[in-house]
Design a protein around this ligand. Structure first.
Ligand SMILES: Cc1ncc(COP(=O)(O)O)c(C=O)c1O
Length: 374
């Protein structure tokens, strides 16, 4: 393996619901969940059933072929988000790449693309151009599309008639867990509507019910022209979706594509996952569980906590010290979390997490902070 990711010193061998186990049988409460992709928890019975059923049919059929599950999933998505065209792909980055190419194709005469400081939109060269962190961009700047990164409050004023697209995460994840306020979201939307710039909402991390609404854009006062989902869409199998208002137009034939995008195996699981969301319990649970968890986190009495932020099941605790040692201590004590930038401990609990799990995560964080402060 390349050394890209470092190592958390943990090999996972099994898991169920909100828990995973290592080879020695030690159990961990998983609020890391594969960077948020295991949104429905591990080994969900309905997702396993869908996968098992689909595994006996063709796994992949090629992009130009018809597949019932593609049409069914599109129809179900259209009930939630009417009037959209859809491109199926395999990851968050790919859903952003598609959005970027589409925006440029639909606004060919415009030169400007805007994104936010602290934004994270992925690591391939197109998506990386939209990502802010200079550490991720440094070695490739000469290959990146010219994207202007501005502060959230500067964004409405920066949109003009030369702007092709504006990319925003309704709630920034990797950049430190920063929800966009609904009033700012409305101002950004108004600026896009006034100038004809396309509003692209990246819900790769915050969407698909995680933050307490099917689409997190609605929580931030945003009405996207183009919308990207990935991570939890098929409970952790690789899938990305790019949806856009049909009336905007389309790629030219052959203008984009993917071999695996929309493969029936993964879409069968995505359809089952969407079925779970349509039943309402996970999304309502994300809202109430998230509120409960944030109250606990805000109640921790530690001089090392600067701020608690989040929405639904995307939460961050900004520390006055580095997050990594605290996350390591928590892991030793059986709770998995992840950083969001240098000083934020991020929690991405799955839908099956219950109050006892939130109690435990908050208690383990409190202990880790106490030990860190000593
Ligand atoms: C908001 C956002 N956009 C895009 C991506 C890239 O997704 P992927 O890693 O699936 O390519 C991520 C990944 O963390 C993300 O959080």
């Amino acid at each position: 393996m390349s050394g890209l990711y470092g190592s958390r010193g943990l090999t996972i061998v099994s898991g169920s619901g909100a828990f995973v186990r290592d080879g020695a049988g030690k159990e961990y409460l998983d609020f890391y969940c594969g960077s948020g992709a295991a949104l429905f928890g591990h080994a969900h019975p309905r997702l396993r059933e869908a996968l098992a059923n689909a595994s006996g049919r063709p796994w992949t059929i090629g992009p130009g072929m018809g597949a019932e599950v593609r049409d069914r999933l599109k129809a179900r998505l259209n009930r939630l988000l009417p009037g959209r065209s859809l491109f199926y792909c395999n990851s968050g980055t790919e859903s952003i790449e598609a959005a970027l190419k589409l925006a440029v194709a639909l606004r060919p005469e415009r030169r400007k693309i805007l994104a936010l400081r602290r934004a994270f939109h992925g690591r391939t060269l197109g998506a990386l151009a939209l990502t802010f962190n200079p550490q991720y961009r440094r070695s490739w700047t000469h290959l990146l599309a010219p994207v202007l990164h501005v502060r959230p409050e500067e964004l409405p004023g920066a949109v003009d008639g030369d702007t092709a697209a504006v990319f925003v995460e309704p709630i920034q994840g990797e950049g430190g867990v920063h929800p966009l306020s609904a009033s700012l979201g409305a101002a950004i939307g108004a600026a896009c509507a006034r100038t004809g710039a396309l509003l692209v909402c990246d819900e790769v991390q915050c969407g698909w019910g995680r933050c307490g609404a099917f689409s997190a854009s609605s929580l931030a006062g945003l009405e996207p022209d183009i919308l990207c989902f990935a991570k939890g869409v098929a409970g952790g199998l690789p899938v990305g979706l790019t949806l856009w208002k049909k009336e905007l137009g389309d790629f030219a034939p052959g203008g984009h594509g993917s071999t695996y995008g929309g493969n029936p195996l993964v879409l069968a699981v995505a359809e089952a996952a969407l079925g779970l969301l349509e039943e309402g319990t996970p999304i309502a649970g994300a809202r109430s569980g998230g509120e409960y968890f944030r109250k606990l986190l805000k109640g921790i009495d530690s001089p090392l906590i600067a701020e608690v932020r989040g929405m639904g099941l995307l939460n961050g605790v900004e520390l006055t010290v580095k997050a990594a040692p605290v996350i390591r201590r928590m892991q030793r004590n059986g709770v998995l979390a992840l950083p969001a930038g240098p000083s934020v401990v991020r929690f991405l609990p799955p839908f099956p997490a219950v109050r006892e799990d939130f109690d435990r995560a908050a208690a383990v964080l409190a202990d880790a902070l106490k030990a860190e402060a000593a």
